[in-house]
Design a binder for this molecule. Structure first.
Ligand code: TUI
Length: 307
């Protein structure tokens, strides 16, 4: 399937993997890229030299294009931004902030820049700053979120900018993919579905928590802090929301969640760890390989889009 995004990035299928902290490491990124999508290494809060090693590992495994997600709340983001250029990475996505200061250097190095945004205003600002494409991420997504839904955000971003738009948030199958195309998107980004991929190193308990999740099993923590984060409900979210309702300080809330994503993803503590996932978790019923996921979505979407 050819779209403006497959042409821009030189990939086979218009499916981009989300830059999930801890989960989006080299195994997953290489598998998504090898299957014809765009694999992404999520730099998140990793030390910059670890990101460099991750990039080298993906390069060893596949000749296909892949990208790096730069998480802008990370104090090391400037260093990661530089490593991306030094290692000749072709595509960057960004999250949780404004990447404006890094765009000129990326553009000069020929890196394709695709900021993840949650509003039309931010999308316009990013295009003015030189973005090659925009990832419009709805509030259905897991992790750090904005407030607009994918259904409302994507067409408004499509109308507001003259670069291709990638839809994200709430997409996990061929129906979601086809719907995104109808909204004017040129590709989709998926996180939760790839988190449960066979190649994902995410702990089995975390994957099982997603597989067992029902439609309304996510909560948004941190609304009071200005950093809302969508996670699956567990003992941790109950405690967090209780503390938040009682007016806990930012410090107290940060203390509670310190290292909690790592605890869930790496140690499998799905009760007291942070299990970031999108609202579409309820749709995901089993683990598949990245190739199976991508090929199933493309086959189902092809049928729907022909109707
Ligand atoms: O970035 C994400 N999702 C994330 S980042 C992350 S790591 C984290 N962990 C705990 C607390 C906070 C972060 C987990 N999930 N998605 C992309 C995204 N970016 N969604 C929303 C935004 C966004 C928000 C504000 C983009 C730009 C923005 O601009 C504000 C500004 O600086 O003007």
């Amino acid at each position: 399937m050819k779209t403006k995004i497959t042409e821009l990035l030189g990939i086979e299928y218009p499916i981009i993997q989300g830059g999930m902290a801890w989960v989006a490491e080299w195994h997953l990124a290489a598998a998504v890229s090898a299957a014809g999508g765009l694999g992404i290494i999520g730099a998140a809060s990793a030390p910059p030299e670890i990101v460099r090693e991750q990039i080298k590992k993906v390069k060893e495994l596949t000749d296909k294009p892949f990208g790096v997600n730069v998480m802008l709340m990370n104090p090391n983001a400037p260093e990661v931004a530089k490593i991306v250029i030094e290692e000749g990475v072709k595509v960057v996505t960004t999250g949780a902030g404004n990447p404006g200061e890094f765009i000129p250097a990326w553009k000069e190095a020929g890196v394709k820049v695709m900021p993840v945004v949650a509003s039309v205003g931010m999308a316009k600002m990013m295009v003015k700053a030189g973005a090659d494409a925009i990832v419009a991420e709805g509030t259905e997504s897991g992790g750090h979120i904005g407030s607009a839904t994918t259904m409302t955000l994507v067409p408004q971003v499509v109308d507001a900018v003259d670069v291709p738009v990638i839809a994200a948030g709430g997409i996990a199958d061929g129906r979601g993919f086809a719907a995104a195309m109808m909204l004017g998107a040129e590709a989709v980004q998926m996180g939760t579905r790839f988190c449960v991929a066979k190649e994902s190193i995410c702990h089995q308990n975390y994957k099982d928590k997603i597989i067992k999740a029902k439609d309304i099993d996510s909560e948004v923590t941190g609304r009071s802090t200005g950093h809302p984060v969508r996670v699956l409900r567990n003992r941790m979210t109950k405690e967090y929301l209780r503390m938040e309702a009682e007016g806990a300080t930012l410090d107290q809330l940060e203390q509670l969640t310190l290292g909690s994503l790592r605890k869930a993803v790496m140690d499998g503590d799905a009760m007291d760890g942070t299990v970031m996932a999108g609202q579409i978790a309820g749709l995901i019923k089993q683990e598949n390989t990245c190739k199976e996921i991508i090929e199933e979505i493309m086959a189902d979407a092809a049928k729907l889009l022909k109707l």
